[in-house]
Design a protein around this ligand. Structure first.
Ligand code: FES
Length: 574
């Protein structure tokens, strides 16, 4: 062992790096160092490698995550960057959350993954970490974990899938998944065609190809400053994606000598920048929950009333599906996230720090060419105002979210009769019944699909149009719930009603035939039932079962889960 190196056994642990850091406790520090190096040597590392600072690579590859199937190649590229810079890269797996492979929903396990990331980056010897994720909940979980662990960290994402073709038509998961399924439900295409489409919708590695939750969170991570510039939108299968991975390895190593911790990057100002960009891209409603949870780990509150203020002064600049015509791969060649940020320059806090040491403002100077079909100039936006609004009222005292950029403006100021479904099972059993008493002017209401419910807030807020109405040509209706919606979905859909029904919120009190008023202009959602009647219903509610789960993660979730306006984090993690 070199006498001159930082890792010599008699060095105080507080300033130790690499394998000498965070020792297993045997009551004899020098023995701990000796034993660790013995076992690390068994992995074939040379003395020179054993003495290097370590960049951990926390990755979420899994056979149950199609979006991450190219991670082995990306990990090699990260390692190349770390090694070239002078560090020792060590990969380690964490929980993976494959969006469509988890029951009841991936959100239930986001906090579990965040705990895994936080504890393993803290417990294992690393000086900086690369967080490699992509599929919807993985990036929020990694950023939450990194924010809590507060060791130097750089986010790297899978990148979006590339599009495919079906009978000459361009396809990408998963807005087109829903569009074709709606056509199948309306009997406009047959079983053979939906079977053929199923095999073409997701045909490469990477995350969903549109402005869904994964794309939105990648863009938010870049806007926060947790990723290198222009690294969010590059397709998963593009050679640039591997160059970005290599660069990420170098950047992470650079943070060891010049540490900038997540808590110095994710600040009140950078979170506000991220909200601006979320509004400007017509991003996923889920991102409001995730950004709230990430910021909450650092004591920063995301206020839905502030979201409304920002929404009034932030134009929608990006014309991607599900609201527009383009896909993420188009955004990358159009100029990527820096092109969006440059258009928003006058609205952003430009002095926010990033992982590369540049400020956000300095990154914007590098933008050269922009495809204006995809990223509009601020003077000629897709829409004058932001994509999301928060609604408040006696039905949502702590707020609800509407993605107005994906909704039908003709339904924005409307009063309707409630057609209520008490649970997801009730919805599945009755929505397509010819006997269902429903018209296109009614409001469909789903209860007990919020964070405190057994369903754990699934993406079920996109209630299907009742089959008999779909066949009659109805394409949109007002739909209300305490559930979430996939970022790839669209419609006049009010989500995240808080408090949720399962925790005793007013949504639980709605009955068939009640009148509800939606006013997007007034940001209002009102249940038009006298307060005395609501109080009578409240008193008649059966007491909530305490507790449904006696053991394991389900028990922890049930006891600790917070509501949507607190990011659905666990109480003990904030
Ligand atoms: Fe992974 Fe859509 S299924 S991002």
């Amino acid at each position: 062992m070199s006498e001159s190196h930082d890792n010599k056994p008699n060095k105080p642990e507080a300033s130790a790096t690499g394998f000498a850091k965070g020792l297993t406790n045997y009551g004899d520090r020098e023995f701990s160092v000796y034993l660790r190096r013995t076992f690390a040597s068994s992995m074939g590392y040379s003395r020179e490698m054993l003495d290097r600072p370590i960049v951990g690579i926390a990755h979420s590859a899994s056979g149950f995550n199609n979006c991450h199937r190219h991670f082995p190649e990306m990990i090699e590229a990260v390692k190349r960057g770390v090694l070239a810079a002078g560090g020792l890269p060590i990969e380690f797996p964490t929980i993976s959350l494959g969006e469509t492979f988890l029951t009841p929903t991936s959100l239930k396990f986001r906090n579990l993954m965040s705990m895994d990331v936080e504890e393993m980056t803290r417990a294992q010897p690393m000086d900086a970490v690369v967080l490699l994720g992509g599929c919807d909940k993985t990036v929020p979980a990694q950023l939450m974990g990194a924010a809590s662990a507060d060791i130097p960290a750089v986010q790297l994402v899978a990148g979006p899938m590339s599009t495919s073709r079906h009978r000459g038509e361009r396809l990408g998961a998963c807005t087109d998944c829903r569009r074709f399924w709606a056509r199948f439900r309306a009997a406009q295409i047959d079983a053979d065609e939906i079977d053929a489409v199923e095999r073409r919708l997701a045909s490469t590695a990477g995350t969903c190809a549109v402005m869904g939750t994964a794309s939105t969170m990648a863009i938010i991570a870049e806007t926060l400053g947790m990723m290198p510039a222009n690294s969010a939108a590059c397709p998963a299968v593009d050679a640039d994606r591997l160059r970005i991975a290599e660069e990420t390895g170098r950047v992470a190593f650079g943070l060891i000598a010049n540490p900038i911790r997540p808590g110095e990057i994710i600040t009140h100002q950078s979170v506000e920048n991220a909200l601006r960009v979320l509004l400007a891209i017509g991003g996923s409603t889920n991102a409001v929950i995730h950004l709230t949870a990430i910021a909450g780990r650092l004591g920063i509150k995301v206020d839905l009333r502030r979201l409304n203020e920002l929404s009034e002064t932030t134009p929608v600049l990006v014309d991607l599906k599900p609201t527009g015509a383009h896909y993420m791969e188009d955004l990358y060649v159009a100029g990527g996230v820096p092109a969006i940020l440059r258009e928003l320059k006058s609205l952003l806090h430009l002095d926010c720090r990033t992982v590369t040491g540049e400020t956000l403002g300095e990154r914007l100077d590098a933008v050269s060419w922009v495809d204006r079909e995809v990223v509009r100039p601020a003077a000629q936006p897709v829409r004058e105002t932001g994509g999301l609004v928060a609604l408040f009222g006696n039905l949502a005292p702590r707020g609800a979210i509407l993605k107005r950029s994906a909704a039908e403006p003709a339904l924005f100021e409307k009063e309707g009769r409630a057609v209520v479904f008490g649970s997801l099972e009730d919805l599945a059993n009755r929505i397509d019944s010819d006997a269902l008493d429903v018209t296109a002017d009614d409001f469909l209401v789903l209860q007990n699909a919020g964070p405190a419910s057994e369903a754990a807030m699934p993406e079920a807020g996109y209630l299907p149009i009742p089959r008999k109405l779909a066949r009659a040509g109805v394409k949109d209706m007002v739909r209300l719930s305490d559930a979430r919606m996939s970022g790839t979905a669209y419609g006049t859909i009010v989500l995240h009603i808080t408090p949720d029904a399962a925790s005793g919120g007013p949504l639980a009190l709605v009955k068939n035939g009640d009148r509800i008023r939606l006013s997007v202009s007034q940001r209002a959602l009102e249940l038009l039932v006298p307060e005395e009647e609501l109080e009578r219903r409240r008193q008649a509610q059966p007491p909530r079962a305490q507790w449904r789960h006696k053991r394991g993660y389900a028990s922890l979730y049930e006891r600790e889960i917070l509501q949507a306006d607190e990011g659905c984090d666990f109480r003990f993690l904030t």
